[in-house]
Design a protein around this ligand. Structure first.
Ligand SMILES: Cc1cc2nc3c(=O)[nH]c(=O)nc-3n(C[C@H](O)[C@H](O)[C@H](O)COP(=O)(O)O)c2cc1C
Length: 208
């Protein structure tokens, strides 16, 4: 698939059929992740891949399973969202935080190495390892799209991170920026429209 096609086709997918994804395809996608730019040239990134149903259930155990549409509407209201595109995305996404990972063919947990506290940055460059893993993640999203797969993404809460450190035993100097659910989109998978933005409204010539 041509790069611009992959960029234009990629959407967050939160509805999957339970089909497993071939291990070779996952390896190819993660290898694309490893090609991303990195602050220190070392690509200190690791991935835990979980396809087994019981193991997936263990990974997502801390995530709420049953957030109703009305609860989602309450959250959207509390957060004072007014943009229709944004509201549609959150209304779709909030109730699916558990199912979008559990029903994905596999869950991938990406990790990056950082030996100083992530949440106490002193300079912008203190955040370089965090910035770099997100470039790796974008490559993964695009490669998955090129493979005909969809990806869901969730930022873990502090409780979830504490639980996962105990459960999958990742080292003290590694951080997990997000969960990724990678799988085949369900036939009726929701694809929420991106907000339409005219690039000419965002390009400033010489000055803002
Ligand atoms: C940094 C970041 C955090 C995100 N966190 C979540 C999340 O916790 N749960 C979720 O369902 N989607 C999450 N998303 C997906 C966004 O909702 C999605 O990318 C956005 O609405 C744009 O839609 P698109 O990916 O289909 O273009 C996150 C995306 C990014 C880049």
């Amino acid at each position: 698939m041509d790069l611009y096609t992959a960029i234009n086709q990629r959407r967050t997918i939160r509805d999957f059929d339970d089909r497993e994804v071939d291990k070779d395809i996952i390896s190819r996608i993660l290898e694309a992740g490893l090609k991303a730019p990195t602050n220190d040239h070392l690509r200190s990134w690791e991935f835990i891949v979980i396809s087994d149903k019981e193991e997936k259930a263990k990974i997502v155990e801390q995530i709420s399973k049953d957030i109703s549409i009305s609860r989602a509407a309450g959250i959207v209201k509390d957060w004072q969202m007014t943009d229709d595109y944004q509201i549609r995305m959150y209304m779709d996404g909030i109730p699916k935080q558990y199912s979008m990972l559990y029903h994905a063919g596999c869950i991938v947990l990406p990790f990056f190495k950082q030996s100083w506290p992530l949440l106490e940055p002193e300079t912008l460059s203190s955040l370089n390892p965090f910035a770099s893993i997100w470039l790796c993640i974008e490559n993964i999203l695009l490669a998955a799209t090129a493979e005909g797969l969809g990806v869901s993404l969730r930022i873990p809460s502090k409780n979830e991170l504490d639980y996962l450190r105990e459960t999958v035993h990742y080292p003290e100097d590694y951080y997990m920026p997000c969960y990724l659910g990678i799988g085949y989109p369900a036939k009726d998978a929701a694809e929420i429209s991106q907000k339409q933005i005219d690039i000419n409204d965002r390009i400033h010539v010489n000055q803002w």
